[in-house]
Design a protein around this ligand. Structure first.
Ligand code: AMP
Length: 211
């Protein structure tokens, strides 16, 4: 039996986005990334986007109520086909709200030490066209500005600058890391070592989801 209502947990830079893209392709789940949805709201200059932009640029968290209202309908819609939550929940209040409108089968917690988070995030580049994620440490030559998959332009996220990265990690430790215990107590947490590399992590995830 395949587990289809999945949460990806872990610090920024642990590889959630990279794993998410591969998992949804393989298992046909709906990818719900609150970060991607918010970046789209920012680029369309919607009311939510305007409110979120400053908060995101500082590496802080958008208020729970706004996030929950933004994501709730999408989760309910995807419940039957299955979903992969990436970047949500990020606080205990969000996790408690989620438990009221969805059942979660498994929470995949990808771990990565702080120094490695900082190294990876400073080297991260994202394609404006297809969203593919690259890293100067693994798969991108210094100075390369074009996506090998679609030819789109590669850019560095505003919040992937050094000061903001450090703040995002601190926010993760304070607000999001407590969710590890929250889901451990529910008996649905599975841990993955993000430093093992994306192929190994992906294969372990598929084993967990399809066991
Ligand atoms: P991400 O792409 O997941 O790293 O998210 C980028 C930024 O969007 C975060 O640093 C937050 O400012 C905001 N954000 C994304 N998801 C959430 C969430 N669940 N709760 C609050 N803020 C969020």
């Amino acid at each position: 039996m395949t587990l289809t209502r999945v949460v990806l947990l872990g610090p920024p830079g642990a590889g959630k986005g990279t794993q998410a893209k591969q998992i949804i392709d393989k298992l046909c789940l709906v990818h719900l990334s609150t970060g991607d949805i918010l970046r789209d709201e920012v680029s369309r200059e919607t009311e939510l986007g305007m409110t979120a932009k400053g908060v995101m640029d500082r590496g802080e968290l958008v208020p729970d109520r706004l996030i929950i209202d933004m994501i709730r309908g999408r989760i309910e819609e995807a419940a039957e086909s299955g979903f992969l939550l990436d970047g949500f929940p990020r606080t205990t209040a969000q996790a408690e709200a989620l438990s009221e409108f969805a059942t979660i089968d498994v929470v995949l917690n990808i771990t990565l030490p702080r120094e490695e988070v900082i190294r990876r995030l400073t080297g991260r580049r994202v394609c404006r066209g297809c969203g593919k994620i690259y890293n100067l440490t693994f798969n991108l030559a210094e100075g390369e500005t074009t996506c090998a998959a679609c030819g789109g332009e590669l850019y560095q996220r505003n919040d992937d600058e050094m000061e903001v990265i450090a703040n995002r990690y601190d926010v993760y430790e304070k607000s999001t890391a407590p969710l590890i215990e929250f889901y451990e107590e529910l008996g649905i947490l599975r841990a993955l070592d993000g430093s093992l590399g994306s192929e190994r992590v992906f294969s372990e995830i598929i084993d967990i989801l399809t066991a």
